[in-house]
Design a protein around this ligand. Structure first.
Ligand code: ZN
Ligand code: ZN
Length: 139
């Protein structure tokens, strides 16, 4: 099950939660399970990719997980659903994201090691994880 991490800016008090891990719908699943459930779960581009690849690969596996990404240019955090498409453990496709502010390609970040980022509200490098904010989260 996933976790939620709370970050708060010590300059302007802006607070945001970031999810990491699997959720109730965002989880590893087969193509059949995916087609039988809510197909609007992912962005339409990844949905189209899934449908296209499933025509070529009979045992397409879909791994979906909440991840925290950081922009290497402006240090903003972004919470995204990473979708990885595999067959027999072989990587076929994984989602790439761009920063909504500067369009740089986002990098996957290890939230357990990440202590400080840039606050999206005030732009200062004072956005910090709150140690008591680790909540179990189940959606
Ligand atoms: Zn950026
Ligand atoms: Zn701030």
């Amino acid at each position: 099950m996933g976790h939620a991490y709370s970050y708060k800016c010590s300059n302007c008090s802006f607070e945001e939660y970031y999810k990491q891990g699997h959720g109730f719908l965002v989880k590893p699943q087969s193509y059949q399970e995916y087609m039988a459930s809510n197909q609007k779960l992912f962005h339409y581009e990844i949905h189209n990719k899934i449908v296209t690849l499933a025509k070529r690969y009979d045992n397409l596996e879909i791994d979906a997980t909440f991840q925290v990404y950081k922009c290497p240019r402006c240090n903003l955090l972004h919470n995204k659903v990473q979708v990885t498409l595999l067959e027999g453990g072989r990587l076929l496709h994984t989602t790439q994201f761009k920063c909504t502010r500067c369009r740089a390609r986002l990098r996957l970040t290890n939230i357990h090691r990440l202590k400080r980022a840039t606050c999206r509200a005030c732009g200062k490098a004072s956005f910090r994880r709150q140690e008591l904010g680790n909540l179990l989260w189940k959606k």
